[in-house]
Structure formats: C-alpha cells, structure tokens
Ligand binder design. Sequence first.
Ligand code: NAD
Ligand code: UD1
Length: 346
Amino acid sequence: MTSLTILVTGGAGYIGTHTAVALAEAGFRVVLLDNFSNSEFSMVQALRSMVDQEVPFYEADCRNKSDLLRVFNTEKEKGHPISGVIHFAALKAVGESVEKPELYKSNNIGGTECLLEIMKEFGVHSLVFSSSCTVYGEPENIPVDERSPFLPSESTYGYTKQACEKLIENHAEENGEFSSALLRYFNPIGAHPSAIIGESPRGIPNNLIPFLCQAVAKLRGPLTVFGTDYPTKDGSCIRDYLHVMDLAEAHVKAIGYLFEIVKGKGCRAFNLGTGTGVSVLEVIDAFERVTGEKVPYTLGDRREGDVVAIWANAERAKEELKWETKRSLEQGLNDSWNWQQKLSEN
Ligand code: NAD
Ligand code: UD1
C-alpha cells in the first residue's frame, strides 16, 4: 500500500520538524515547505537524518500562490498527490506582532487564505491547523475547555490565530467535503530525546524555557521571573507545559482523525496540554532538580499582556483523538537542556 502524503508548512521550524519525524514514524510520506523566516536548512537536514524516507523540501512562502502551486503540482506529477496539510507556517513573536501588525496579519492570515485556496483547487480536504491557547485570553474558568469564548486579544499574534480559526470554519461551511482540526497548543517545551532536532530561537528568546536554558549556559544574564505578586500559589504565573514530542504525536492522531473519522464534517477544536498548571518558580525548581544545574534568576515586574494562569482541560483530545501527554515536565526540561548543551558545543 502506498502511504498518504502529508504537506507540512513551516516544516523547518520547531514543532514542524518534530511532527515530521512523528509522521514518518507513523508511516506517512512527508513533504516540507518553509520560507526560512524563522528557521534554517540545517534543521531539515537534521530531521532527514532521523527518518528512513526521502523528505522532499520546498523553499516556498504560503502567501505566494505560485510557490504553493509548484509544491502541489510537483508532488502530483511525481505520483504522490498531497492528501492532507498540517499548517504550522506563521510568525509567532508576540511582542513583534504588536510592533508590526500588518506583517503578522498578511503572513499568518494571508498565508492561510492562500493555502485554503490552493487546497480547494487540488481537492485536498483535510487540514490540521496550529492554533494557540492565546485565543482564550484570560479565561474565566480554568482549566479552560474548548467551549470557552474567544476574548479580545492583547496582541496581533493572538488576533491572527482567532481570525485563522474563523477563516477555516467559514471555508468548511462553504466546502462540504472539507474538515479541519484546530489544535490549540498550550506551552510546548523540550526537544527530541536524541538532541538531533530542537528549538533554535533567533535573537533573545521571549519564551521561558529557551531563555532559562541560555541563562544557565551563561549565554545571557540571569532569567527574570516576570511577576511574583500574582494571585497564585507562589505569586508567579501558571502555565501548562507539554513536551514537543507529545505535541508532535497529537498531530499524527489529528490527521488520522480527519482521514478516518470526520471526513467532511467541518471543524473541531482541541486543547493540547497536560491538564496541569505549573508556576514559573516551580519550573525553575524542577529544572534544578532534574539537571543538577543552578538557574541564575531575579524576581522582576509583571510582563505586559501576560495572563495570570491558564491550563488545559484536554478531555476532548483524550476522548476523540485518543491522545494524551505521556512525558513529564522533568523530561521536557531535561531534553531542552540536552539540546541547549548541544547548541552550545557548536
Ligand atoms: P517556528 O517559528 O519554529 O516555526 C514556524 C515556521 O514557519 C518557521 O520555520 C518559519 O520560517 C515558517 N514560516 C513562517 N511564515 C511562513 C510563510 N509565510 N511561508 C512559509 N513558511 C513560513 O514556530 P513553532 O514554535 O514551530 O510554531 C509552529 C506553529 O505553532 C505556529 O503557527 C505557531 O504560531 C504555533 N504555536 C506555537 C507555540 C509555541 O509556543 N511554540 C504555541 C502555540 C502555537
Ligand atoms: C507566549 C504568548 C503566547 C504564545 C506562546 C508561544 C504572551 C502573552 N503569550 O505564551 O501567545 O502562543 O508564547 O510563542 O506572550 N516568563 C518569565 N521570564 C521570561 C519569560 C517568560 O518569567 O524571561 C514567564 C511568563 O511570564 C509566563 C511563563 O514564563 O508566565 C511562560 O512564558 P512564555 O514562554 O513566554 O509563554 P506564554 O507567555 O505562556
């Protein structure tokens, strides 16, 4: 039996590379595209070394119709038409999105619009979309479930995720055969346990774990804990940190779900998290315990736009996708640290 071909947009990025490995392991044929706006070809080479299939790669931009036509046409001509798409390609720096709203709208929303158009042209009806728990803003009830309303977003980044979900829902309403899984990630951390692939943020990392690892590796000054006067167990913010390999495996389940279970039944949103809230100070403590390294940190002011506490009710993913996280916070932190050490060596 020939395996189904899955196009992974943003396939050179952090979650895209890990998902490509998980898809290949599950027997799918993987095709990648990326415009390298936040990644490098070396990550494609690294993931190719981990799988026993040829992985075609296209340098292409999702906003560019002729780029997408080239990808879909070439694969079709090779006799491997694309059966489904996992759409990671987006810009994701929250602060930058406030400074450059038009860039974020055109890249994230424009890219999704263009992709949907080409998928329709080629009769591709299954889309897994990378959304975020940011669509909920500061939720009234935690753990938050998928029925929680979208609140006005603090950032253009958050706005683009809400807008893309709506765009995909409209597309599904207008195209009867189309179906989509809207995956709302909580906070992905970690790296592949081999440390062959991982997250390589450009410039100063905004996210907690990459900054923490660089601080421990003495590539940066101490980590600042953003806010210690929140109404939480220890005053610092609470998040739901899940291992990137668990997240990657959720995409494999989601694409299978679209092919086998819901074909043509519209859109379904899924929270992807562990279901457990962990504070920033608890993350630091767990990191020190698991790695034996001391984390240099200072207690600082709140960061503008941060929600106080959010973690997932991920019951829907468990029931309908048959997915739940298997790896611990400690495993994620250990894998992040191993990856950082490898980066520091090079
Ligand atoms: P990443 O930046 O590592 O990967 C995104 C990739 O998309 C990059 O390689 C980038 O070069 C590429 N890209 C961006 N715009 C493109 C375009 N127009 N055409 C082609 N390629 C383009 O980010 P990631 O952490 O792997 O995130 C993947 C997806 O998950 C994004 O949509 C992001 O918004 C979403 N997400 C990430 C997180 C997180 O914490 N990492 C949380 C929630 C949601
Ligand atoms: C952020 C975005 C979110 C996006 C996600 C992935 C905001 C408000 N939210 O989530 O929309 O989907 O990144 O890119 O920016 N922290 C520190 N010190 C640091 C860095 C972070 O204390 O140097 C704290 C934060 O206050 C937060 C926690 O660590 O409580 C996690 O922060 P981060 O990794 O940036 O993720 P989010 O803010 O949850």
